[in-house]
Design a protein around this ligand. Sequence first.
Ligand code: GLN
Ligand code: ZN
Length: 785
Amino acid sequence: FSQQSVAKFSKDNVNRFIKFIKEMLTQNLGYPRIGGQRQLKKACEQYWAGKIDLSELNKVARKIKEENWQTQLDAGIDLIPCNDFSFYDQVLDMSLLLGVIPQRYAPVLSEVKANKEIDLYFAMARGYQKDGLDITAMEMTKWLDTNYHYIVPEFTANQEFRLFYENVFGEHHAAKQLLSEKAKPVLLGPVSYLLLGKEKETGFERIDLIKKLVPIYVEIINRLKQQGAVWIQLDEPCLALDLSKKEKEAFDFAYRSIANRVSGVNLLIATYFDALLDNTQLAVNLPVTALHVDLVRAPEQLDEVLALIPQHLQLSLGVVDGRNVWKNDYENSLNILNKAVTALGADRVIIAPSCSLLHSPIDLDQETALDPEIKNWMAFAKQKLQEIAELKQLAEGDNHLLEANKQAIESRRASSKVHQHAVKDRIAAITDADATRKNPFPVRQQVQHERFQLPVFPTTTIGSFPQTDDIRQLRAKFKKGELNVEQYEKAIEQATIDAIRWQEEIDIDVLVHGEFERNDMVEYFGEQLDGFLFTKNGWVQSYGSRCVKPPVIYGDVSRPNDMTVRWSRFAAAQTDRPMKGMLTGPVTILQWSFVRDDQSREITTNQIALAIRDEVVALEQAGIGVVQIDEPAIREGLPLRKAKRPHYLDWAVKAFRISASGVQDQTQIHTHMCYSEFNDIIEHIAAMDADVITIETSRSQMELLQAFSHFEYPNEIGPGVYDIHSPRVPSTEEMVALLAKAAELLPARNLWVNPDCGLKTRKWPETKAALENMVAAAKQARQQI
Ligand code: GLN
Ligand code: ZN
């Protein structure tokens, strides 16, 4: 270098630096990685099937990453995430990076010849049945309160950590080529990494592993810094959870240790999905450059954060909703930004989405079939980037973007597509009586007993029967117009008749119609309710290569027509036995949709509840004596913070009761729940006051029934006697044993006999064999009491 060029170089740098510190920054926390056409899903599935090799898979991944980076660069984002990409799950990525590999996978490493690291990675995610090995997958669970599922890290007492799968450095290196110092590596922070995992042995607490874990984080951070990283994002969502004293100390310890051994790189701690609340003091005093807070979920936390924030800390304001599909209200966001700028100065403010955009669909521009008026109210991940950039311009005084946004927000606020007076009036008029059956359970039980004359241990199933290729093709052909309504309905009718005949033959007591006409338990209802819309391509990753396309609730919900009566009436007419009507409950419909952000979840749920209530009443009028309202998602709606749970449970239970209470005593209301722990919510389950609840219990060997027993659960209950998640056919004896166990815990007269869940993912042969054994088990159990 010549003298001059060196002088010029450093002058540019200084200028850039001055600009850097004076200006407000924008950032993103993470971008969807499935690709706009779900390329990653397809590539992974092909790789697993041996149809493409690793280099093909990597090519697809590289392309997605580069497109994502370019999109964010084009949008004008200052700090762009890298290492947010993952082939399966970002928490699993951390486990590989940190060398947290459960012992059972050792043979994959020693014996598998091919692509060791990636095959180990997928083995941990999906299990490994090849090369004479049979190793189970790691457990998967929900990522906080989202519908994304992560792979749960497994820790042992002598857990060691070491840099193992050093992917992050390559990711950052590649991102830097395109983004230079804007490339911001993302890691799950050390404390949340431990807390979100689980102990696989007794005798230790995983949080105590923090001392061993921190040095590896120091090493990673220092190497990223040496590679030229200017910012590093450490996600610590657990800072927004209830923390014990020890856990708080772990945060303090971890970040102080890191700060002592790392310098010259900006660390950003990202929190999201709730307020910091009692962790605010702790969070703002962690020795890092910046803290991110979620101001969509918890706008109220801003004041306290601003009051406590120390001089040195920069604040990232999560103002653009990363979890929903609505256009940002700029005026509202500007108020927040201005407040922060006034308190901190522009150079200490960063504009951001509330959380990673992983939870948003990718690109609204692809939705060419949406009603343009409604589309103008929406924003997907790509559009949200634009919003972040525009908010910066607005905060800097460039007002020309405000008007169009105001108009869109105003058009939604006033639109007759959103607001139905009749619905609002009905919501306002709901009374406690609407949420209460005519008589208490003992009275109803008597009436129903006389009506149905069921044996003890009555048998039933949860609703769906195998969705065979034939059935799926029927629906697909009908959708494409290759079958007309008559042809389609005839075929569905035949499948229904066959299922009913067969249930009679094996002597099931309360029958179902099989749900052959349904694609999905929420979509089926959303398609028939007003206030819902469906996107063509609004996919969001659920786990691994699995994506979901949730419906969007945009307006007041109402039910223009009967939804299930036609099929239930048809089914009931085929048999003399009781036929269960089959509905999805209001909380589950809410929970598995994108919801309105212009009214509370409670109100939206009550609107759905009224629609379901009308359907229940219509079924009753059509002569259907038993109606099941599925609520598998009640528990997953639980707020992260304990203090908020009672309120949620109150309104969620009430919504169910509203949907169930329009009928006479003699109509038997069932509900069904799976994937649930009931211990901490049993009183609320009881408050739902369903005449019969069926639950998933077989995998826990009736363990989950303990809660009902301790509580002396008063109503009838069907603890699942066999696991429907595998094709394995349970023996009669083992189901008899489970029933005996159940009868020790609860009065036999209240017990039903049924599988854990619906059978739609199963094949017919195993379904038939299993249900025949189940009926035999019920009959044996009847002899034994
Ligand atoms: N009735 C539904 C079915 O049988 C219930 C599904 C569920 O609980 N997830 O498929
Ligand atoms: Zn279920």
